[in-house]
Design a protein around this ligand. Structure first.
Ligand code: ZN
Length: 80
C-alpha cells in the first residue's frame, strides 16, 4: 500500500500514479520502472489538482520544482 500525497489515502500501488524525482526533475513513471524515490497520487484529476494547489510535490520532496513541470508530469501520467 502506498499513500497519495494529496488526499493521504493508502491504496494498492496499481491504483496510484507513480512519479520519481531525479536530478531536480519530477517525472511520470508510468511503467513503475524508474529507480529512486517514488511519489504517489490517486489516478484522478481531483487529487492531481489538490496536489498542485497545495504544492504537495515540493513539500514531500523538500524541493522547489517548477509548477509547470509538475503539471506536465501529472498530465503525462494521467495520459492526457
Ligand atoms: Zn488521492
Amino acid at each position: 500500500m502506498r499513500r497519495c500525497i494529496a488526499c493521504r489515502e493508502s491504496k494498492p500501488q496499481d491504483q496510484l500514479l507513480r512519479f520519481t524525482f531525479r536530478d531536480g526533475c519530477i517525472e511520470a513513471d508510468k511503467d513503475i520502472k524508474n529507480e529512486g524515490r517514488g511519489i504517489y497520487l490517486c489516478r484522478n484529476r481531483e487529487c492531481a489538482d489538490m496536489a498542485l494547489k497545495r504544492k504537495a510535490f515540493n513539500r514531500v520532496l523538500r524541493t522547489n520544482a517548477d509548477a509547470e513541470k509538475i503539471e506536465r508530469a501529472i498530465d503525462e501520467a494521467l495520459g492526457n
